[in-house]
Write a protein that binds this ligand. Structure first.
Ligand code: SF4
Length: 321
């Protein structure tokens, strides 16, 4: 059976107007530049990149917290690119998010049932009884019992709170969940339980995930495709196994080898070149890398944005012989 697109993004960009320096000079900061990808139902797309790479901006565009400056975004085959604030609430209901810290993302004063009921009341026309039935069903899906609904978030362990956050994401019957570092606040033993839960839900509900994480074993285990972002641009994109085993872009090679210097999360102090975003740190840089924006090259099954990708990878092949 042919799989359908849960998400399709074409040349998706986000630019912010900022003021900088002593004279409050107005500048444009490109947080995300011409990102294109498709995510099929039941698949997982991993997003890899340092702080300030554009991962959070992409997540905000997907869940409708921000509108794109340009490009096209389809969710469940519907164009959600230019929705008003009011329309975004229902237009993006099919993409939900689970954050790194479940406790911070759950209102401590609301019972779990109220937390799950809130989005249903805001977006659907279900009756109280229908909502109650759905809440119990979703609690069971994440391995919790109906009586847990009467409790407050602080009465749960970190792992259980992440299950509640997943339940809250599931309550509107999404096609995709953005998982923003969903394991980093959990103990190793609990991490594997949450990974298993996410995989089980994916299989049973045909859910798609966009997984933002630095955790390479989890990326390897969960992701079908992997996108590497560097300062707002997609530098490499392809099947996860190929990208991890044979990274083609110098940035991907460096972050996988942990050689890259840590980027500042404050992107507005970074110099943005019209050419390649990695030219300040790349060992293979040439003069035209500063001025000419690299086009995407297909190397095997990977899309790579680098002027010298063939030359670099031929040299690596010869060196490894
Ligand atoms: S385009 Fe130039 S600076 Fe950028 S990654 Fe390739 S070789 Fe390095």
């Amino acid at each position: 059976m042919t799989k359908i697109h849960a998400i399709a993004a074409s040349a998706l960009s986000k630019t912010y107007d900022i003021t900088s320096g002593f004279f409050n000079k107005k500048e444009s900061l490109i947080a995300l530049e011409e990102i294109s990808f498709t995510l099929l139902e039941g698949d997982t797309l991993g997003i890899l990149g340092e702080s300030g790479a554009g991962k959070s901006t992409l997540a905000k565009l997907l869940v409708g917290a921000e509108t794109p400056s340009s490009g096209l975004l389809l969710i469940d085959s519907k164009d959600v690119t230019n929705l008003t604030t009011r329309e975004r609430l229902s237009g993006h209901r099919k993409v939900r998010i689970v954050y790194q810290d479940p406790y911070a993302s759950l209102n401590p004063r609301l019972t779990i049932s109220s937390l799950l009921d809130e989005p249903l009341r805001n977006v659907t026309k279900l009756s109280k009884q229908e909502r109650r039935k759905l809440i119990i069903k979703v609690l069971n899906l994440v391995g919790l019992k109906s009586e847990h609904g009467r409790r407050l978030p602080h009465m749960f362990s970190a792992g259980e709170r992440q299950r509640i956050a997943i339940a809250r994401a599931l309550i509107l019957d999404p096609v995709c969940i953005v998982l923003d570092e969903p394991l980093s606040s959990l103990d190793i033993s609990v991490q594997s339980q949450i990974v298993n839960l996410m995989l089980e839900l994916q299989k049973n509900l045909d859910l798609s995930y966009v997984l933002i994480t630095y955790n390479l074993p989890v990326i390897k285990h969960m992701c079908d495709q992997l996108m590497v972002l560097c300062d707002g641009r997609m530098v490499e994109y392809g099947p996860t196994a190929s990208v991890l085993e044979s990274p083609k872009h110098p940035y991907t090679q460096d972050i996988l080898n942990k050689k890259s210097k840590t980027s500042s999360s404050s992107t507005n102090v970074k110099k943005q070149y019209p050419g390649c975003n990695y030219c300040d740190r790349c060992n293979y840089v040439s003069e035209h890398c500063y001025s000419d924006k690299p086009q995407q090259h297909l190397m095997g099954s990977q899309l790579v944005s680098c002027h010298k990708v063939e030359q670099i990878n031929n040299t690596i092949k010869i060196r490894n012989k």
